[in-house]
Design a protein around this ligand. Structure first.
Ligand code: ADP
Length: 163
């Protein structure tokens, strides 16, 4: 059974992420989406919120699971018996960082391979941070995130503005 992990912050999940999940899940038996609990970042959504959002978004996708993790990505992969790390690649600006991560992970665990999936054209310039910024200022994000994420963002920022 081929198991892969797709690790990331998913703060929040965008159409770019769901596109990668859909496409990656077609060529593995089990795809575990790993929501990183990163102590050096202050996310807009808690780990639990991000996990629940992804669970809702992937509930009809066979073979897709969602979990949170902390620590090294390769340790998370090993704990699941996964030998593939899926990462999405957007513009060339992603390349340097992703390449560095892939080589570092290979150095830590040479039995685990990183597989890059190129973004779909309509998600090329789509990032969680861009979506948050647009939402914060009341812009339209309908074509960038699934409806449940739009709702969650509107809720989050409404609360912030009234604090
Ligand atoms: P991280 O903090 O690990 O980069 P992200 O949630 O930003 O977490 O991204 C997780 C993965 O999803 C990364 O491999 C990133 O390149 C990929 N990704 C993010 N947005 C897109 C997109 N629009 N198209 C394709 N891949 C994407």
């Amino acid at each position: 059974m081929k198991t892969a992990i797709y690790p990331g912050s998913f703060d929040p999940t965008t159409n770019g992420h769901t596109d990668i999940i859909t496409r990656a899940s077609r060529f593995v038996d089990r795809l575990v989406v790993g929501v990183l609990e990163n102590p050096s970042k202050t996310p807009v959504f808690s780990t639990e919120e991000r996990v629940n959002q992804l669970k809702e978004l992937t509930k009809d996708m066979p073979g897709v699971e969602v979990r949170s993790f902390s620590g090294l990505t390769v340790d998370f992969a090993r704990s699941l018996g996964a030998d593939l790390i899926i990462r999405g690649l957007r513009a060339v600006t992603d390349f340097e960082y992703e390449f560095q991560m892939a080589l570092t992970n290979r150095n830590l665990a040479d039995e685990i391979e990183t597989l890059f999936i190129p973004t779909s054209a309509h998600c090329l310039y789509l990032s969680s941070s861009m979506v948050k910024e647009i939402a914060l200022f009341g812009g339209n994000i309908d074509d960038k995130v699934p409806p449940i994420i739009k709702e969650a963002l509107m809720d989050k920022y409404k609360n912030r503005r009234t604090k």
